[in-house]
Design a protein around this ligand. Structure first.
Ligand code: 2PG
Ligand code: MG
Length: 424
C-alpha cells in the first residue's frame, strides 16, 4: 500500500449530533469522514438492563449535552489522522481515553456511535457494504443469513409490566431463506393480532412492535402464540418454535419471582418454567433467572439443556469474560451480543468469539439504523434478534436483510445444536 493510497483512509473529521430514537428519547449519531467517504454510527438504548452493562452517559435531565461536549473536546481530536481501517487501534484509543472499567467517563453510547461510525467509514472507503467488508476481514466464504427470532407479544419493561415476561418470540427454523422466514412470521403476527382483537384483548403495540395484550397470564400468552402459529398454517416446533426472553431481573425481588400474581420461590419458579418448556414448543429461553441468582440459572440449565438454547443477556452483558464463565458454570449455552452493552465493536466481536451460540441483538430503543443486520451477517452469527416485524425502526432491519438477500441470495442458518461448544 503506497502512502498516497493510505492517505485516502485518513480520518479528516468526526462530528456528533443528538437524534431521536423509537421511544422519543435523544440518542447519539456520529459521522466520521475521510476526504471522499463518510460513515455514520448511532447508539441504541436498552430499557431492561443488566447491572454490569457499560454505562450510558446522560445529563441529569436525560439530555446528551455533556456526551457531545466530551466527544468534541476529546474523541474527535484523537481520531483525526487515524487510518479508518484500523478498527482495533480506534477502539483501543477510545477505551484508553475513557480510562474507566464501565465506560462511565465518556459513555458507552458515545463510544459505540463512534466505533460504529468508524467501521461504516472503513466499509464505505473500501466501496463495500458493511456486511461484506466484515466478512472479508473474517474470511467468511460460504455465507448464510442469520436465523431471525421475532417478537409477537411484548411485555415486561417494554409494556409497562402488563405481562411479566418481556418477549414472546417465534423462530422460523423450518424456513429456507430470509424472505420465507419473514413471510411466515408476518402471518403469525397477523393471526395473533386477529385472535386477540376478536376477543377484545388487544391494547396496541409494545416498545419493540409486538402486540401489547390484555391477557391474564403468561400461559394464556403461550396458548395464544401456539394458536397463532397453527392459524398461520405452520407446524409448531418443526417449522416455527417459540423463544422467550423472560428478563427475570424485572420481577425478582426479596428472594422471590413475582409472576402472574404469585410470589414463587426460585425453585418453584424454575419448576414452572421447565413445565412450560415441556408443554409448549419452546426452543430458546433468555435470562430465565435473575443475574444475581446464578444457582437457579444453572438449575434451569440442567433441566432444559440440551433441548434448546439458554441465552444469557442481563447475566453476561456481551462481556467475553462473563460469557466464558457462565458457559463454564453451565448457566448458558448461548448469549446475546449487543455492541452498546460493552461500548466498542472490537469488544463486542471478542464477546461473540467467546460464545458457543452468539445472537446479535438490537435494543428496545432503536432508530432506522440497520447496521445490526450487517454485523450479524458479516460476523456469521447463527441468530439475530431485533424485536417485532412492525414499527419502522424494526422493519428497517428486516428490510435491510431482504435487500441484501435480493442482491446476494443466501440460505438461512440452521438452528444451532445446543451442544455446539466448538468455539470454546
Ligand atoms: C433484551 C432487549 C431486547 P432491552 O432484553 O433482550 O428485547 O431489551 O434493549 O430493553 O434490554
Ligand atoms: Mg434480554
Amino acid at each position: 500500500m503506497t502512502e498516497a493510497s493510505d492517505y485516502r483512509y485518513r480520518i479528516r473529521s468526526a462530528e456528533i449530533m443528538p437524534i431521536y430514537d423509537s421511544r422519543a428519547r435523544q440518542t447519539l449519531s456520529v459521522t466520521v469522514c475521510t476526504a471522499d467517504a463518510s460513515g455514520t454510527g448511532v447508539a441504541p438504548a436498552g430499557a431492561s438492563r443488566g447491572h454490569h452493562e457499560a454505562h450510558e452517559l446522560r445529563d441529569p435531565d436525560g439530555g446528551l449535552i455533556s456526551a457531545c461536549a466530551k466527544f468534541r473536546q476529546e474523541i474527535a481530536p484523537r481520531l483525526l489522522g487515524m487510518d479508518c481501517r484500523n478498527q482495533l487501534g480506534i477502539d483501543e484509543a477510545l477505551i484508553t481515553l475513557d480510562s474507566t472499567d464501565n465506560r462511565s467517563r465518556l459513555g458507552a453510547n458515545t463510544l459505540i456511535a463512534t466505533s460504529m461510525g468508524a467501521i461504516a467509514l472503513a466499509a464505505a472507503s473500501a466501496g463495500m457494504p458493511l456486511w461484506q467488508y466484515l466478512a472479508e476481514a473474517h474470511e467468511a466464504t460460504e455465507m448464510c443469513m442469520p436465523l431471525p427470532q421475532i417478537q409477537i407479544l411484548g411485555g415486561g419493561a417494554h409494556a409497562d409490566g402488563r405481562l411479566p415476561l418481556q418477549d414472546f418470540m417465534v423462530v422460523p427454523l423450518g424456513a429456507e431463506d430470509w424472505p420465507t422466514a419473514l413471510s411466515w412470521v408476518a402471518e403469525v403476527y397477523h393471526a395473533a393480532g386477529r385472535l386477540m382483537s376478536e376477543r377484545g384483548l388487544l391494547r396496541g403495540v409494545a416498545d419493540e412492535g409486538g402486540w401489547w395484550p390484555n391477557l391474564e397470564s403468561s400461559e394464556a400468552a403461550l396458548d395464544l402464540l401456539v394458536l397463532a402459529i397453527e392459524t398461520a398454517g405452520r407446524k409448531p416446533l418443526d417449522e416455527i418454535a417459540i423463544s422467550l426472553d423472560i428478563a427475570a431481573n424485572q420481577f425478582y425481588h426479596d428472594g422471590c419471582y413475582h409472576v402472574d400474581g404469585e410470589a414463587l420461590t426460585p425453585h418453584a419458579w424454575v419448576e414452572k418454567l421447565l413445565r412450560w418448556t415441556r408443554r409448549y414448543p419452546i426452543r430458546m429461553v433468555e435470562d430465565p433467572c435473575a443475574e444475581d441468582d446464578p444457582v437457579n440459572y444453572a438449575a434451569f440449565y440442567e433441566g432444559f439443556h440440551p433441548k434448546g438454547l439458554i441465552v444469557g443477556d442481563d447475566l453476561v452483558v456481551s462481556n467475553g469474560a462473563r460469557i466464558r464463565r457462565a458457559v463454564k458454570d453451565r448457566q448458558i449455552n448461548a448469549a446475546l451480543i449487543k455492541p452498546n452493552q460493552v461500548g466498542t465493536l472490537t469488544e463486542a466481536h471478542e464477546a461473540l468469539l467467546s460464545c458457543p451460540v452468539p445472537i446479535v441483538s438490537a435494543r428496545s430503543g432503536e432508530t432506522e439504523d440497520s447496521c445490526i443486520v450487517d454485523l450479524a451477517l458479516g460476523w456469521q452469527a447463527p441468530l439475530i434478534k431485533v424485536g417485532s416485524i412492525a414499527r419502522g425502526e424494526r422493519t428497517a432491519k428486516w428490510n435491510r436483510g431482504l435487500r441484501i438477500h435480493q442482491a446476494h441470495p443466501m440460505p438461512l442458518m440452521r438452528f444451532p445444536h445446543p451442544d455446539n461448544q466448538s468455539k470454546l
